[in-house]
Design a protein around this ligand. Structure first.
Ligand code: SME
Length: 151
């Protein structure tokens, strides 16, 4: 199971490398990455929030409408930014301060994206099932973010 998931992520990384070859625009990269992850993995919501002042501001995404601004340190996304590390949330009801953009979301993973060592954006993925994400998702998604956006 974990091997299947890891090989799916490897295929996604290869697809993105070919799709985004030579592309430097960050919005294009976020839009295509969200689309490929969502389509291939069948997630509920896949998207990006970009650092904008003291908030994270909604960026390209796939899925239902979402919250637009998330303050530093708030929710799963703001915590990933503040702590500068990936957050794996097996059950959103167990995460104090989780921001529910949709009541259908049951588990979540948020991966920081850095430039010059500072968090500039986060990848946020939501699932309708409890316990979708684990350390395999974390390590594979961190590797894909580094490959697409640099580190
Ligand atoms: N649940 C997130 C908010 C963003 S939505 O899931 C798209 C959070 O707690 O930061």
């Amino acid at each position: 199971m974990e091997e299947t998931k890891a090989s799916l992520y490897r295929e996604i990384e290869i697809s993105l490398a070919s799709l985004l070859d030579g592309e430097t625009d960050e919005v294009v990269k976020m839009a295509e990455t969200a689309a490929v992850l969502q389509e291939r993995m069948g997630f509920f919501w896949t998207g990006f929030y970009r650092v904008n002042g003291n908030d994270l501001l909604l960026g390209p995404f796939q899925g239902p409408v979402a919250c637009i601004r998330i303050p530093f340190g708030r929710g799963v996304c703001g915590t990933a930014w503040k702590e500068d590390r990936t957050q794996v949330v097996p059950d959103v009801e167990e995460f104090p301060g989780h921001i529910a953009c949709s009541s259908l979301s049951r588990s979540e993973i948020v991966v920081p994206i850095r430039r010059d060592g500072k968090v500039v954006a986060v990848l946020d993925i939501d699932s309708k099932e409890v316990g979708t994400f684990d350390s395999t998702d974390a390590s594979c998604l961190e590797r894909i973010m580094a490959a697409v956006f640099g580190d």
